[in-house]
Design a protein. Structure first.
Length: 409
């Protein structure tokens, strides 16, 4: 096992990394170690198709078990890595075994941030990160229970939409004045507030949670920061995630809001790499570090790290991208502005009809953009504006009669 390429993680980045190692011709031992019992899987179905009952459980898996057997990828599922011994080039497993590595990929992902209020440990307080979490929430939704959602980010909004689709009574609490305010700003955040309000979600904005209440150890509701009491059979909490850097920290790797990696996804140790949610990577296209928590980063980052592990010249400079589906609104978004970077938002199209484009500008340049329900144009012309980083004329950008390709000033 001295030549093993070891991948730690059970998500999409890990699954695509081992796939790429084999696709690129690596014939040595490949071992994937995951604390979960599940085969490596991707996460969007957990709040979308699988949660809604429209997609099978197996549809979330990167590959079925037969593929791993055929490709001679050793799976260590339900096994936790407790430490990385860099001097010995070994990972320590929770059963006491030491596993030697030639190259190591940390694709450990993230953990949900927990709600720290009285009653947060009651049965029925749910989080969404793993397949089994989606199973628990889906059971509540299928039972048409009353659902309180804490957090108006992407996960909270998608769960709220799924719950209303099942016919549940839904109350959503968000500490900010609007959902997604910190990500999208006031103009576009209002679109999502109206969307959920129109579909029957009770929105309690500018308020948090002070207590979760229950009877017999089971949730019966919560108390909002403004004193309102909300009855609920389940409370789904979506208040963000944190990168799982514990292994990297203990191993002495450089860590700062994720494992620090260069443009080839290599850590401060030349034989250790990181990809997915946990990686805080230098992006040459953006000229700064970014840590991206979305599906596309795992999809492309895992293969990029695998190629770098094989000694290929890799520059991972993809623009951050994500998508969301809520009711009849589907969107794609590209970019990731730095905090405080945006100085103007330009809207284009039918905002009231929820078929529009939005652009976030900094110094006259498009640093992020999205479309809602404009699938004929899609995301590619928006992506080009963000990637080119050229100055645009905001008036022409807002004018639907002007093709996006002709917008640059």
């Amino acid at each position: 096992m001295s030549q093993a390429y070891v991948v730690v993680g059970g998500g999409l980045a890990a699954g695509k990394a081992v796939e790429t190692l084999r696709d690129e011709g690596f014939a040595g031992p490949v071992v994937l170690v995951s604390a979960e019992e599940e085969l490596p899987y991707e996460r969007p179905p957990l709040s979308k198709g699988y949660l809604l009952g429209k997609e099978p459980r197996e549809g979330a898996y990167v590959h079925d078990r037969v593929w791993y057997d055929e490709q001679s990828v050793e799976l260590r599922l339900g096994t936790r890595v407790t430490a990385v011994d860099r001097s010995a080039r070994e990972v320590l497993l929770d059963g006491g075994e030491r596993l030697a590595y030639e190259r190591l990929l940390l694709a450990t992902g993230s953990a949900v941030r927990r709600l720290d209020v009285p009653g947060a440990d009651l049965d029925g307080v749910l989080y969404l990160r793993e397949l089994r979490d989606s199973d628990r929430i889906r059971a509540v939704l299928e039972g048409r229970g009353r659902v309180a959602v804490v957090g108006g980010g992407w996960i909270g909004l998608e769960v709220a939409a799924a719950a209303r689709t099942y016919g549940c009574d839904v109350t959503l609490l968000e500490a900010a004045p609007l959902p997604l305010l910190g990500v999208l700003g006031e103009e576009v955040g209002r679109v999502f507030a109206d969307l959920h309000g129109d579909h029957g979600v009770e929105l309690l904005l500018s308020t948090g949670v002070t207590e979760i209440v229950g009877e017999g150890g089971r949730v019966t509701g919560l108390v909002a920061a403004d004193g309102r009491r909300v009855a609920a059979d389940a409370v789904v909490v979506g208040i963000g995630i944190r990168p799982l850097t514990d292994l990297a920290d203990a191993a002495g790797l450089e860590v700062d809001d994720g494992v620090l990696v260069d443009a080839s996804l290599r850590t401060s140790d030349p034989v250790v790499f990181a990809a997915g949610d946990v990686a805080n990577a230098y992006n040459p296209l953006l000229g700064r570090r970014v840590r991206v928590e979305h599906w596309a980063n795992a999809l492309h980052g895992g293969p990029a790290a695998a190629r770098a592990m094989l000694g290929q010249d890799v520059v991972y400079d993809r623009l951050p991208y994500f998508f969301s589906d809520q009711y009849d609104l589907g969107l794609e978004y590209v970019g990731q502005p730095a905090r405080g970077e945006v100085d103007r938002v330009v809207l284009r199209g039918d905002v009231a009809g929820r078929a529009f484009q939005a652009f976030w500008l900094s110094g006259g340049r498009v640093v992020a953009g999205m479309h809602a329900n404009l699938w004929d144009e899609g995301i590619e012309p928006i992506k080009a504006l963000v990637a080119e980083r050229v100055e645009v004329d905001p008036d022409r950008l807002a004018d639907t009669a002007v093709p996006l390709a002709d917008v640059p000033a």
